[in-house]
Design a protein around this ligand. Structure first.
Ligand code: NAI
Length: 659
């Protein structure tokens, strides 16, 4: 018997407890312990039913990361699940926390499932380039409708306890003490005939061919080249067609195939990179400053989004705007965004009302007297920012942390406008700020360790992936964006059309191309940045004026109905515009360029080349601490396809392939 799994028998109910901190991963000890527990309880005549429960904060949350990529020592997980499923006593899984991946597969091997009201259940293997490998794709459609099973496996998104009950994945929900409720449940079913093993059952429903094509088509259209999503849909398709045992063999075959897929290696790289980038050795043991009240200066696109993110994380927010009208507009944006979340079922109307009670607005800085942290998100203009920071210096407590959300400006210069620059840092959010996971934490020269630690603590509280970045024009992400945007401008002036560049990027796996993205974000921001840099630009460096000419015509993108593309009547799908083509041709002629054709391959080579060479420069200058940091930023902030591992990873793989 291993110590990770213990069995305690009371009144005929065996409680099998898995205890493998921190997340009860399914390492060897747990697998062996479960196999032993089946043998023990099967062989004990006094046992009428078994409850499988986990100690600590969660049910089994998946594979043992330490064993990742190595051959699995026997007993393998598929065998453990089969042995539970074929046990002679009924097994009840009692699930709290998160039952993910292998954890949910073990629960599917059990004959019944009871879930704590706050539990989440999911099969997130696609995110690591895999599919479930211990029967998940086979058993799930035998307990929930096939469309729901396909969705869970192909998106990897976990579901909540109440949904699990509703679709039949769980038999009961516990609103009180899970262990007590699970033992009572086990007592209730102990005398019933043992239910048929899931693997021997027919699928819950059998969508006809047309319906299945519709379900599969919807999921596949979101894959953008990610093999694991495509193969997850295939696996469910097979699981529904074949009998359970044959389907298990197909699942195993697809799982083994995906294990060897370079996409899985890339996704694993990102998984580990995302968990390590925000861990700074120099901050170990440094306590962050406590946060309760947070000020937000500016209620525009970013300020409102940041306010929503803060409110959703449980903080009180004070929004400051320059006048009553702007304040009303900013508060309206926050209320609208929360309303949209209610409509999408993400929060309840009551929750929205509670959050709004923690949200106040003001046109005076006095309201910030007790703020623990203030995030500035006013216009991207150094003079305006300096005035705001001077006002903050006067109005806030001397220990309040002051942050700027600037996209490009020098955070050292902003910090110098307050008496104690050690309390200033950059918190660079991405739009929409309550949705986007990335947060660049910009470290000016004089920032205090505990101020930096407060930035990371806030990032955690908001559920963001926080990446440290040094001070420079554009930090990590926007600096790389400027570099490849420039490369795209060169190619367009040389003869590639904006739509060709965008299609090449989409074919590579980006959700949208650079030109459509600029149209969405607004061309005016980049224009302002270029004008600001103009005096220091090297006159010998090639400069493409096409975007400036579009801006001079008031073409700022979607918000003005036209940018690189046209957006007739508020449409979000851009159409090529002959006027833009003329401007491009004129600029090329003016600069004596003979335009030529570009292949999609050449376009992507040039874009990736520009990203990687800027990435290397950023590493040399110490702006990013590691290539992983760059990959995480480009994936989470700029749509770089996750399954390619990020630009630095992709470059390394390509070099290894060539060498
Ligand atoms: P915006 O123009 O939508 O909002 C700026 C807001 O600041 C306006 O509501 C304005 O009334 C207010 N404001 C201006 N001066 C003020 C003052 N002295 N006191 C109080 N409020 C004042 O701009 P947006 O897009 O929200 O950008 C804000 C900042 O965030 C900029 O520094 C920008 O570079 C940065 N940023 C923008 C991103 C984006 O995608 N839009 C992404 C990340 C950062």
């Amino acid at each position: 018997m291993t110590t990770a799994v213990t069995t305690e028998i009371t009144d005929g109910i065996a409680v099998v407890t898995v205890d493998n901190p921190p997340v009860n991963a399914l390492g060897y000890d747990v697998r062996q312990g479960l196999a032993d527990a089946v043998a023990q309880t099967d062989g004990d005549d006094s046992v009428r039913a078994v409850v499988l429960i986990a100690a600590g904060r969660t049910f089994m949350a998946g594979a043992e990361i330490k064993e990742f990529g190595k051959p699995m020592q026997d007993p393998g997980l598929p065998d453990v699940v089969l042995s539970i499923e074929s046990a002679r006593k009924p097994w009840v899984a009692a699930i709290h926390g998160t039952a993910l991946g292998g954890g949910l597969e073990v629960a599917l091997g059990c004959h019944y499932r009871i879930v704590d009201a706050r539990a989440k259940l999911g099969l997130p293997e696609v995110h690591l380039g895999l599919i479930p490998g211990a029967g998940g794709t086979v058993r799930l459609p035998r307990v929930v409708p096939v469309a729901r099973a396909a969705e869970m496996v192909a998106t990897g998104r976990p579901i909540r306890a109440q949904d699990a009950v509703q679709i039949g994945l769980a038999d009961r929900k516990s609103d009180g003490d899970l262990r007590v409720d699970a033992i009572a449940f086990a007592g209730d079913i102990a005398g019933d005939p043992l239910p048929e093993a899931l693997v021997n059952r027919a699928p819950v429903d059998a969508p006809d061919e047309e319906k299945w094509r519709e379900i599969a088509g919807k999921l596949v259209s979101k894959a953008r080249g990610q093999n694991s999503v495509l193969r997850a849909v295939d696996a469910i398709g097979e699981a529904v067609q074949l009998d359970g045992t044959a389907a298990l063999a197909v699942e195993r075959q697809i799982f083994t195939e995906l294990m060897q897929d370079p996409q899985s290696a890339a996704l694993r790289h990102v998984f580990f990179a995302e968990r390590s980038v925000g861990k700074l050795p120099e901050l170990r043991g440094v306590d962050p400053r406590p946060l309760s009240q947070v000020g937000v200066i500016g209620g525009g696109t970013m300020g409102a989004g940041i306010a929503v993110a803060l409110l959703l994380s449980g903080l009180h927010v004070i929004m400051i705007e320059r006048d009553e009208d702007a304040l009303a507009a900013g508060q309206g944006r926050v209320a609208d965004t929360l309303m949209a979340s209610v409509k999408r079922g993400l929060i309840s109307p009551d929750k929205r009302d509670t959050l709004l009670k923690g949200f106040i607005g003001s046109t005076g800085y006095d309201a910030l007297a007790q703020a623990d942290l203030v995030i500035e998100a006013v216009f991207e203009d150094m003079d305006v920012k300096k005035q705001v920071f001077a006002a903050l210096d006067a109005a806030t407590r001397p220990d309040a942390v002051l942050a700027t959300n600037t996209s490009y400006l020098d955070v050292n210069e902003i910090a110098a406008s307050v008496a104690d620059p050690s309390r200033v840092l950059g918190l660079h959010f991405f739009s929409p700020a309550h949705v986007m996971k990335l947060l660049e934490i910009v470290r000016p020269d004089q920032v205090a360790d505990d101020v930096l630690a407060t930035g990371f603590a806030l990032g955690r509280q908001l559920g963001k992936i926080a990446v440290p970045a040094g001070v420079c024009d554009g930090f990590i992400g926007n600096r790389i964006l400027s570099a490849y945007r420039r490369e795209c401008d060169y190619m367009v002036e040389d003869g590639a059309t904006p739509q060709e560049v965008d299609s090449a990027m989409k074919a590579y796996g980006f959700p949208m191309g650079i030109f459509a993205m600029q149209d969405m974000a607004g061309l005016d921001i980049g224009w302002a940045a270029r004008k600001r840099r103009a005096p220091t630009r090297d006159p010998k460096e090639r400069y493409v004026s096409i975007a400036d000419r579009l801006c001079e015509l008031g073409r700022f993108g979607q918000k003005t109905g036209a940018g690189w593309f046209n957006y007739p009547e508020g449409s979000r799908r851009g159409e090529p515009d002959p006027l833009v083509e003329n401007i491009i041709a004129e600029e090329a002629a003016k600069n004596g360029i003979e335009q030529r054709d570009f292949t999609a391959e050449e376009i992507m080579d040039r874009i990736l080349g520009a990203m990687v060479s800027e990435g290397r420069a950023i590493l040399e200058e110490g702006i990013a601490a590691s290539p992983e940091a760059i990959d995480v930023v480009m994936i989470n902030g700029y749509g770089f396809p996750r399954w390619r591992g990020g630009p630095m990873f992709a470059a390394k793989v390509a070099e290894q392939g060539n060498g």
